[in-house]
Ligand binder design. Structure first.
Ligand code: BTN
Length: 263
């Protein structure tokens, strides 16, 4: 176990304004689904759903997310952004950055970010982020920020189907990292970046994400959900969180996509 997760251990660890009210489940389908349903019922900004286990955890592009009791930190936060829809891309950038920094704060591990927001340690994925937006009357009613972090797996017990591309905090950290403290560190970082975004200050997010990027300056293959792809050189992050790449001498802006190969 990587630090027991209970309603009390979580509530005791949290120091900021995110995480109240709090729901903890031993097992649930998906924390994102639960948080979304809660948002529809009126959950306020900062409401947090944490689960020890997800039976139907979701990843990007309809993929499933591998969960195993005791080994992960999985949560979804309800936000009620006042900023416009075009800032939502940067919110997902901010969540990746906050997760990377929260891991570093609590575990002392150097982390990178693979655009748009996978947190990486030495080219393997440590954490995935799924931000889902609920629109109402053409404005953002709620954003559900879902984060999964692999915490307790050692080299030998990362599930076989993801062992070639996934890693875990326990493989790299000198000391075990209690999950409530990790959660608190990530939420605190996110609070700061969320406030910056709300105040219209995008530079701290863009600079932080660029500094940690494992993509910028490299030759990349960008894949899209329809199976198409582009090969080019990653140039920069735009003010909306998009990735600018150079393809055969021309600049292309990617709002969605996955970087699958790095050279
Ligand atoms: C990805 O890398 O594709 C995103 C993975 C996001 C997983 C987290 S775990 C907590 C939250 N609940 C979900 O169903 N998904 C997100």
């Amino acid at each position: 176990m990587s630090g027991d997760l209970t309603q009390t251990s979580i509530a005791d660890a949290l120091t900021g304004r995110f995480g109240s009210p709090l729901r903890f489940h031993e097992s649930i389908g998906s924390t994102n689904s639960d948080a979304l349903a809660w948002a529809v019922e009126g959950a306020p900004e900062g409401a947090l759903v944490v689960a020890e286990h997800q039976t139907n955890g979701r990843g990007r592009w309809g993929r499933s997310w591998v969960s195993e009791p005791g080994h992960l930190l999985q949560f979804s936060l309800v936000l009620r952004p006042k900023f416009s829809l075009d800032k939502m891309g940067l919110l997902t950038t901010a969540v990746g950055l906050a997760t990377a920094e929260g891991v570093e704060d609590s575990a002392g591990i150097k982390t990178g970010i693979k655009w748009p927001n996978d947190v990486m340690v030495v080219e393997r994925k440590l954490s995935g982020v799924l931000v889902e937006t609920r629109m109402l009357d053409e404005s953002v009613d709620a954003a559900i920020v879902g984060v999964g972090i692999n915490v307790g797996w050692t080299e030998s017990d990362v599930p076989a189907n993801i062992s070639e591309r996934a890693t875990s905090i326990a493989i790299w950290a000198e000391e075990p990292v209690p999950r409530p403290a990790l959660l608190a560190a990530v939420l605190l970082r996110l609070e700061t970046y969320y406030d910056e975004l709300a105040a219209g200050r995008v530079e701290p997010i863009l600079d932080g994400a660029a500094d940690r990027s494992v993509v910028l300056g490299r030759e990349v293959v960008a894949r899209f959900i329809d199976g198409s792809f582009l090969i080019g050189r990653a140039l920069s992050l735009t003010t909306t969180g998009a990735l600018e790449i150079e393809v055969e001498g021309e600049s292309r802006t990617l709002n969605v996509g996955e970087i699958e190969q790095l050279r």
